[in-house]
Design a protein around this ligand. Structure first.
Ligand code: V47
Length: 375
């Protein structure tokens, strides 16, 4: 192990003075540290530190799960400038799955899948019962599946439709089959960015309030940050700090997923570049170091691309999501990644990165470790 004093000498040259010592002592990083980590050119040093933290927690273990995505409708009235997935019902390519469609999709899914990730647009004409019915339909199609569904944005809409207190809505959703919630819809918490790019979408305070209520109700969720649009580095750090503060209160986040903005086919931002591989690795490493209370950092290969996702496993990420299949939000925005991966291909990617594949369920219970099994 390189001595802390050698690392501090290097850190002093790259604007990261004090950070190696804090990380090794387990001391919380400040927002100023967060900003310094966004400003430094020394991404390799961030990676080295983040990898140390990751190895301390999990060694070489790299989690993955066998999952499918069901984007049940692309109808959406939020009209976010960054989104290539949204349609009005009359638009070409618009669709909305019925409960029967959802049931069929699950019945025909990979029999080994343990999780369905079910998210979509927001369209008020879909009534409260629809959201309960598609959960029940998913369980009818595959009774043993874990249903991870509905971002805070969808939950906000479902609560409006229900006209009932949050707690009662969450009870109904749980009874209909909801097991946990994904991390989408947070975008960037900055009110400035929201006003400019997604003014119809609920603001950060409501996202955080709902996530807190959902955690208090006993559900685990994930969390995300969409970066690479028009946000400042300070706004990114503020976003991460708000997630960390909520996690201190509730402990309900399992995983953080930094989401790199994909510009293709987006209504307002198609002129922007895709964040570079360096920036994608920085986001992984920085989130591992800054979000000291969120257990898992996910390399979402659909958005990172396979080579960067593999590298991310040495920059702090401990989770490679997943076999996926049928994902539409990123693929509509120009993601050039495959539509799905087989289990064997995931094992190969993890092994090539020098790590050990461990299949997990949604709640990070180990299903099978492949440390001695060569599959
Ligand atoms: O909420 C939309 C983002 C999210 C674009 O919880 C875009 O396990 C980049 O949240 N470019 C959906 N990003 C994806 C998501 C997710 C993915 C994987 C795992 C989990 C999990 C959650 O994608 C949206 C939005 O923030 N998004 N459009 C785009 N053009």
């Amino acid at each position: 192990m390189i001595s802390t004093s050698i690392l501090e000498t290097r850190a002093a040259r790259s604007g990261l003075a004090g950070i190696p010592t804090k990380v090794r002592d387990g001391e919380r990083l400040t927002q100023a540290d967060g900003l310094a980590m966004y400003q430094t050119d020394d991404i390799a040093l961030l990676g080295l530190l983040a990898n140390e933290v990751r190895e301390k927690l999990y060694g070489d273990t790299t989690f993955y799960n066998v999952n499918i995505h069901v984007n049940y409708t692309n109808w959406c009235n939020q009209f976010c400038d960054f989104c290539a997935f949204q349609k009005r019902p009359d638009d070409e390519g618009a669709y909305c799955m019925s409960p029967d469609d959802v049931e069929k999709a699950l019945a025909q899914a990979n029999p080994e899948a343990t999780e369905v990730h079910m998210v979509a647009g927001v369209w008020p004409a879909l009534g409260y019962d629809y959201f309960l019915d598609i959960l029940r339909a998913a369980k009818r199609g595959k009774p043993d599946i874990h249903v991870k569904a509905y971002t805070m944005v969808e939950i906000n809409q479902i609560i409006k439709l229900a006209g009932k207190p949050v707690g009662e809505v969450l009870d109904d959703l749980r009874e209909a089959g909801l097991d946990s919630l994904p991390g989408g819809g947070a975008e960037i918490f900055s009110e400035r960015v929201r006003q400019e790019l997604y003014p119809k979408k609920m603001g950060a305070e409501r996202w955080i309030e709902l996530a807190g209520q959902i955690h208090a109700h006993g559900f685990k969720t994930n969390c995300t940050m969409l970066y690479g649009m028009i946000e400042t580095l300070e706004e990114r750090v503020d976003h991460l700090a708000r997630l960390r503060a909520l996690q201190d209160e509730t402990g309900g986040f399992q995983t953080f997923i930094p989401l790199a903005f994909h510009p293709d086919n987006t209504p307002g931002l198609s002129h922007l570049p895709l964040p570079s591989p360096q920036e994608r690795l920085r986001s992984i490493a920085l989130s591992r170091l800054f979000l000291d209370n969120i257990p898992h950092i996910k390399a979402y290969w659909v958005m990172l691309g396979l080579p960067v996702a593999q590298l991310a496993l040495g920059y702090g990420a401990d989770d490679l999501d997943g076999t996926v299949s049928q994902e539409k939000v990123y693929h509509d925005a120009g993601a050039a990644t495959p539509e799905k991966l087989t289990r064997d291909r995931i094992h190969q990617l993890i092994r090539e990165a020098g790590r050990v594949p461990v299949e997990r369920d949604t709640l990070y219970q180990v299903i099978r470790s492949y440390d001695t099994i060569q599959v």
